[in-house]
Write a protein that binds this ligand. Structure first.
Ligand code: FAD
Length: 396
């Protein structure tokens, strides 16, 4: 720790990214005052199990760290940050002067129009209340065949619910991995006894069901809206911080206002690797970026430039995605998509930019290294599942 270390660090947001920031600061030896302000009235907890092990009843609690006292920080839980002033964070209960401020307020689900009751799956309270409704025979309608919709459909079908998933696009997961690859997951729904309605926009949520665009009606006992999230930055709109689909931060996670940083789902960081601003909604980002952030809060100048990583467990399969396929010009299949083990590889020219795997964890690790090193690859070898991905490097 340098002699110029800040005396007071305030963290807004008590999710994984906020907690990890506090942990990393202390593990670096930062001895100053830390205050964490979290809107939820409970200690930080993990979200990925909410749509998986918690929804199927394997676990009831996903608290991340039982012992918060050992961190020597003030945890102000059940308190909401409302405004950033000049060196001061204002909340619904008070004011917190800071030398450095970290914004880690995550994301919130998008709601659909209409007067009917729609549930969401973002918080542990959402998840526990939703789990209680998953009883045999209940008609559950999920709007959105994204990651969360697919995972919830898996758990609900296993509980004996009658599940329908309504999706506006022509394939599941279109926003995340594109319609061509997403379409391969379509048959998994029917295999699990889940009805999948594609190309069907929803007009509004009404009492007892959904009004569909085009005049249709879909009856439901419970409706869950899972059409994506938006960064939780509305409370910053009157602040001088530059917002660009989240808090715009540079490679060192610094915002446009000196001394203010952002991390996790709410941060749109500049990636030198991909040459664009990125905002991920990935657990791995919330886990790892705080190490870089803490070093910078303490006076360092480290860069955060990851190869993004995400996983999903759905319909008895493990999906893993590494990289970013948005700049790719070619999609290469690896293995038989009708089997339980295959991969989709995206390339820009001769370089691998992203890999999605189903049941092939080794391809994820090897693919990540190829993306990191940006070496040219042999497309024929990439397409051949008998050749380990790491051996696809072009000779010469
Ligand atoms: C059901 C579910 C399943 C998921 N599954 C996966 C998965 O399989 N793989 C994967 O990679 N990722 C998954 N994710 C995504 C992953 O959980 C997130 O990327 C991660 O939680 C982001 O952490 P965060 O700390 O940035 O934000 P959050 O976890 O959203 O935490 C932000 C916290 O800040 C609080 N807050 C908001 N506004 C304020 C305010 N004004 N003042 C104070 N506090 C505030 C919020 O209440 C929240 O507690 C899943 C997410 C969900 C919801």
């Amino acid at each position: 720790m340098t002699s110029s270390s800040p005396e007071r660090i305030v963290v807004a947001g008590g999710g994984l990214a906020g907690l990890r920031t506090v942990e990393e600061l202390r593990s670096l030896g930062y001895a100053g005052a830390i205050t964490l302000i979290g809107a939820e009235n409970r200690p930080p907890y993990d979200r990925p199990p909410l749509s998986k092990q918690l929804m199927t009843g394997e676990v009831d609690d996903t608290t991340l760290r039982a012992e918060l006292d050992s961190l020597g920080a003030a945890f102000r839980l059940g308190e909401r940050a409302e405004q950033v002033g000049d060196g001061v964070l204002r909340t619904d209960r008070g004011e917190y002067p800071f030398d450095r401020l970290v914004i880690a307020t995550g994301a919130r689900p998008v709601a659909l129009p209409g007067p009917g009751r729609q549930r969401f799956l973002r918080t542990i309270d959402d998840a526990l209340a939703l789990r209680d409704t998953l009883v045999p025979g209940a008609r559950l309608v999920i709007v959105g065949a994204g990651w969360i919709g697919a995972e919830l459909a898996t758990a609900a079908a296993a509980s004996g619910c009658r599940v329908s998933v309504v999706e506006a696009s022509s394939a599941p997961l279109t926003g995340a991995i594109g319609a061509e690859v997403g379409a391969v997951t379509g048959p998994w729904y029917a295999e699990a006894g889940v009805e999948l309605l594609l190309g069907q926009p929803v007009e509004s949520v009404e009492e007892g069901g959904l009004a569909l665009a085009g005049g249709g009606w879909l009856a439901a006992d419970e409706i869950v809206t899972a059409v994506g999230v938006r960064p939780e930055v509305g409370w910053l709109e009157s602040s001088p911080l530059r917002l660009e689909n989240g808090v715009a931060v540079d490679e060192q996670l610094r915002s446009s206002v000196p001394g203010v940083y952002a991390v996790g789902d709410c941060a749109a960081f500049w990636s030198a690797r991909f040459g664009r601003r990125m905002r991920t909604e990935h657990w791995d980002t919330a886990l790892r970026a705080p190490a870089v952030l803490a070093a910078n809060l303490a006076g360092g100048s480290e860069r955060y430039d990851p190869v993004p990583y995400f996983w999903s467990e759905q319909f008895g399969r493990m999906l893993q995605y590494v990289g970013d396929h948005r700049g790719a010009d070619r999609l290469v299949w690896r293995g038989d998509t009708a089997s339980d083990r295959w991969a989709a590889c995206w390339l820009a020219g001769e370089r691998l930019t992203a890999v999605l795997t189903v049941g092939l964890p080794r391809d994820v690790q090897q693919g990540r290294r190829l993306i990191e090193s940006a070496v040219p690859v042999d497309v024929g070898k990439v397409a051949d599942p008998a050749v380990p991905l790491r051996e696809a490097v072009l000779a010469g």
